[in-house]
Design a protein around this ligand. Structure first.
Ligand SMILES: Cc1cc2nc3c(=O)[nH]c(=O)nc-3n(C[C@H](O)[C@H](O)[C@H](O)COP(=O)(O)O)c2cc1C
Length: 170
């Protein structure tokens, strides 16, 4: 699958089959995450992987009870690490680290799609509950949770704004 096919195919999947993700595919996703651009190449993000069902339960609870976090065989939690972006002052600590984590998440989504896997960006969660469930180091700020697995549903395609409204020449 080429990049444009993966972009076209990616959609939010919220139901997963109880099938594990092959290690080879996971490693490809990790490689894609590591290739994502970051401010000053400082990679001000950290990714945590979760397969433990007790922790998944806690994360699901922290995320308004979203079932996908229990069903998916693996969860990746993308955290911003402001200290790594300190070199850029306030902009690094409040913006670049979040952008770094965000881009890495998007890379993971596209890589997973290209490998025939499904994902959904989960951003609706209680940050402090997620920090507690994962026992995160001080300063690591969860930005996105990505359930990854094999789809157990075929979601309807979502719509988008007309390009003329989204992109304006000045
Ligand atoms: C920042 C962000 C937060 C999101 N949070 C959630 C979430 O908590 N739960 C969920 O089911 N989907 C969540 N989504 C997925 C969006 O709902 C989804 O991307 C959007 O409706 C477009 O659909 P598509 O991904 O299928 O193209 C989130 C997406 C983004 C980018």
């Amino acid at each position: 699958m080429n990049l444009f096919e993966a972009i076209e195919k990616r959609c939010s999947v919220r139901k997963y089959k109880p099938i594990p993700v092959e290690a080879e595919k996971l490693n490809k996703i990790y490689d894609a995450i590591n290739k994502a651009p970051s401010a000053g190449n400082l990679q001000a993000y950290q990714v945590y992987t979760v397969t433990n069902s007790e922790i998944k339960q806690k994360l699901s609870k922290a995320a308004l009870g979203q079932e996908s976090l229990i069903q998916a065989p693996i969860l990746l939690i993308f955290c911003a690490v402001p200290a790594r972006s300190k070199k850029y002052g306030k902009r690094g600590e409040t913006l670049y680290c979040i952008q770094d984590a965000t881009i890495a998440t998007a890379y993971a989504q596209l890589a997973a799609t290209a490998l025939g896997l499904a994902t959904c960006w989960v951003g609706a969660f209680d940050e402090s509950e997620v920090i507690k469930a994962l026992k995160l180091p001080i300063g690591h700020r969860p930005v996105a949770i990505l359930p990854i697995g094999y789809a157990n549903e075929t979601p309807e395609q979502t719509t988008r704004m007309a390009l003329k409204n989204l992109i304006k020449g000045i």
